[in-house]
Design a protein around this ligand. Structure first.
Ligand SMILES: [Zn+2]
Ligand SMILES: [Zn+2]
Length: 363
C-alpha cells in the first residue's frame, strides 16, 4: 500500500513541512510505525495464522496475603483457605425460652434470601483468615488457621506467610482468639510444631476449658471433636514450656491487649491492636456468614458454647465498632477480612477495605 492512498499518512507528511527538525523526525517515526502496523494486519490473515493461541487454564489463585499499615505497625492478613460452609446446618437462633433452633426452621427461606441478596447460595465458601502483626520489635501472629485438621481445603497459612516474605522461624508470639480447630490447628499441623521460636498465648479460661477431659466428656457431640485437635496442637508447645495462658487486664505486648468476649467459647478473646492513635480489633469468631449475621446479629452458630452470650457480644461489638470507626480483622469474613462496621437506620453492614496496591507505608 502506498502512502498516497492513506489520508492520515499524507496529512502527517504535509504537516511535517511546517514543523521543527525534531518534530519532523518524530512524525516520520510515527508514520513508519503506522505503515508497519497496517502491513502486519493485512499479512496475518493472509498467512492463515490464528489471531490468538489457546492458553491453558490456570485454575489456581495467587498467593493470599494482604497488607495494611496501622500507625507504626504493619498488618498482613493471611488466608488459610476457604471451606464449603454448611450454612443450613450451622446457623441457629435462640427461641424466647432459650432453645437453640436451626435458623431455617425459625424463618423458613430467610437464610437463602439473605444469601441471594449477596449473590450467594449454599454451600458458601467460608474464609479462614489469620493476621500477622509486625510491630517493628516483634512478629506476632493472631490465630493460625486449621493446619491439618480441616483437610485439603485449608492449612495454607504457612505457604501464604512465606509468600508474604516471612519465615515461620521469625514469628515470636502467637495469640489465639480461641481454641477451635480452625484457629489453633495451624500452630502444629500433624502434631509437629510449625513455629519453633514462638510462644503460644491464649486466655486461661479457654485453655482450662478445652484441655479438660471432664469438659470433653460433658460437651455436646458437635464440640467433642475439638478437644483432641486442641491437645495435639498445643502439646509440642506445652512440652517445650512455650504455652502461656493469660488472664485479662494488661497488654501482652506494647499496643496489643486481649479483651474478654465470652460466648462463642468460654474464653473467646478479641485483641485490640493500637498504634499512633489507630486501632484494629481482631475479633475472632463474631461473624461466620456476613450476609446473614450483619443484617440479623441474632443469628448464632451451632458450635457457640453459650449462644446467648455470643449474640450479646456480637451486638455490642457491632454497635461499638460502627460508632467509633476502628478497623476490624475478622477470621471468617471474605478474605482479607479487613474492614469496618457501618450502620444505617439501626441496621449493620460490612464495609470491606478498599484495595491498595502499596507500597504500604507505616508511620
Ligand atoms: Zn470458633
Ligand atoms: Zn472459626
Amino acid at each position: 500500500m502506498s502512502s498516497s492512498t492513506n489520508p492520515t499518512i499524507v496529512s502527517d507528511f504535509a504537516a511535517a513541512r511546517f514543523r521543527s527538525p525534531g518534530q519532523q523526525a518524530f512524525n516520520l517515526a510515527v508514520s513508519t510505525a503506522k505503515k508497519l502496523a497496517l502491513a502486519c494486519c493485512l499479512l496475518v490473515p493472509a498467512l492463515g495464522l490464528p489471531a490468538h493461541a489457546a492458553a491453558p487454564k490456570a485454575a489456581t489463585q495467587g498467593p493470599a496475603f494482604y497488607r495494611m499499615a496501622l500507625g507504626k505497625f504493619e498488618v498482613t492478613a493471611l488466608s488459610d483457605g476457604t471451606h464449603p460452609f454448611p450454612v443450613h446446618t450451622v446457623l441457629t437462633e435462640l427461641s424466647t425460652d432459650g432453645k437453640i433452633i436451626p435458623a431455617d426452621q425459625v424463618s423458613p427461606g430467610a437464610v437463602d434470601a439473605r444469601l441471594a441478596e449477596s449473590k450467594l447460595s449454599v454451600p458458601v465458601a467460608g474464609s479462614i483468615n489469620a493476621f500477622l502483626v509486625n510491630t517493628g520489635a516483634k512478629l506476632i501472629l493472631i490465630d493460625s488457621g486449621a493446619g491439618s485438621l480441616y483437610g485439603e481445603c485449608c492449612g495454607h497459612l504457612l505457604e501464604n506467610l512465606k509468600a508474604a516474605g516471612y519465615q515461620p522461624e521469625q514469628v515470636d508470639d502467637i495469640y489465639l482468639t480461641h481454641l477451635h480447630a480452625d484457629h489453633v490447628g495451624g500452630i502444629a499441623p500433624n502434631g509437629k510444631m510449625a513455629f519453633p521460636n514462638a510462644v503460644i498465648h491464649v486466655s486461661k479460661v479457654d485453655a482450662d476449658y478445652w484441655l479438660s477431659e471432664k469438659n470433653e466428656k460433658e460437651a455436646p457431640s458437635l464440640l467433642k471433636s475439638m478437644f483432641d485437635g486442641d491437645r495435639a496442637s498445643l502439646k509440642p508447645y506445652s512440652d517445650a514450656g512455650k504455652l502461656k495462658p493469660f488472664d485479662y487486664g494488661s497488654p501482652l505486648s506494647p499496643g496489643i491487649t486481649p479483651l474478654a468476649a465470652p460466648g462463642h467459647t468460654p474464653g473467646h478473646s478479641f485483641y485490640s491492636v493500637e498504634s499512633e492513635g489507630e486501632k484494629l480489633l481482631v475479633w475472632g469468631d463474631v461473624v461466620h456468614v456476613a450476609p446473614v449475621q450483619f443484617p440479623d446479629p441474632h443469628v448464632t452458630v451451632a458450635y457457640d458454647s453459650d449462644a446467648k452470650n455470643a449474640e450479646s457480644a456480637r451486638e455490642a461489638v457491632f454497635s461499638d465498632a460502627a460508632q467509633k470507626g476502628y478497623w476490624i480483622a475478622a477470621a471468617h469474613i471474605s478474605f482479607p477480612g479487613l474492614g469496618h462496621v457501618g450502620s444505617k437506620d439501626g441496621h449493620f453492614y460490612w464495609i470491606p477495605a478498599n484495595y491498595e496496591a502499596g507500597p504500604v507505608v507505616t508511620k
